[in-house]
Design a protein around this ligand. Sequence first.
Ligand SMILES: *Cc1c(COP(=O)(O)O)cnc(C)c1O
Length: 458
Amino acid sequence: MTTAAETKKTTSPSPIQSPLAVFGGPRAVPEDLKLPTWPTLSPEDIEAGAAALRKAAEEPLYLSAAEGGGPTGEFEEALGKHLGIPHVLATSGGGPALHIAVVAAGIEAGDEVIVSPYTWGQTISCILQQCAIPVFADVDPDTGNIDPVSIERRITPRTKGIVVVHIFGHPADMDPILEIARRHRLVVIEDAAQAAFARYKGRPIGTLGDVGCFSMGSGKNFVGGEGGALVTRDEGMFKRAIAFGTHPMRQRGALKGFPELETYATSLIHTYRPHPIFCVLAGSQLRRIDAMNESRRRNAEHLARGLAGLSLVEPPTVKPWAEPAWHIWPLKFRPENAGGLAKPEYVRALMSEGVPIGRGYVRTPFHMRPAFRDRVYWYGKGLPWSLRPVADQIVYREGDCPAAERLCRERELVFGAGPWIRDLRPILDRWIEAFRKVEARIDELLARRAEIPPLPPL
Ligand SMILES: *Cc1c(COP(=O)(O)O)cnc(C)c1O
């Protein structure tokens, strides 16, 4: 912790000594110090896109992914190589990849699937889309990732699988999860949408469970504008994925030798195929994704070092097994040291200093959201919950997942780490100054609480 005495030792006029910006003082982060624009297309990405369009002018089918060849096939091969996994299916998005994965993994209507309530909704909606029933396990309060101990407590004879999200790009603890899954014969689906090319004990995230899903939507670490992918080592699952989510033109060749799938292969499909131009752009970005992620990690480490020792905020825990691919960089507010200052007041003071901090991410854990409280989803007739006998009803209540609830209620703070693709130390140093300034003046903040304006609307 930086004490007042240490602060006074500094001789140059430090921003820490100037009045807080929230009360009219100068900002710690100058107005003109801005993050790079992001997501970006490099000249190579643009040339790759233009070349694909030129080719499409001559071969119109080049712009259709119905057969799965062309740029789609090339991207699938490149991603498979990059991850060291044999089967890749490009899709129209991460959400579609997850829905296909749940189906391909053999989860059926009415089955229970264990999942974290601390995530983006599509980690969970893929379960509902198969009319299966989400059962929420609590999270590790350090990382926000699903807690293996809590998973084990939620297993019933009806449990069929686990969807594991690597939230913010920090890998979940996969070994104990895979061990529990083996013991109880459960499938493991990884939602790697926020964790493209993160590693767990040296192995790429998304390749550890039975099936992994990625997103290349425009906010993610490598982008194609939109798009996603499903990866697996299991040939049977891959064929099921093709049967469920691809055009009959692609099924025709791919399902040979799988009569139980071929018999039913028709156009009764979900149109989840990708646009080939996404595959071209994402394929081009694939060449520099590791360097971009490395830069995100270096910036993250710099910021973490700068904030270490502060008492109002805690940089993210990096577990010994983890090489994160920060999509979001999560901090934690420490109300126990804030003397009653509320998180929104702290955030408001930082925002006024020019720090682009987010007040939270999940905000309300999913087991406490109206859709679950009221058990309302799109299929009507109380589905999927009505598939289970009344005596066996699953209820969703506050208190089910205390660690996730506490993270949301009082601790989560975030930076979007997407733009951290260059060396940002000069900007990060100003952010660090701002954190120190606000912390050094917490007494003033407490004394003048009534003057702190509310947070701007979302
Ligand atoms: C973005 C995201 C998805 C969905 O990806 P889309 O490509 O937007 O469909 C799913 N899960 C998580 C955790 C995500 O962040």
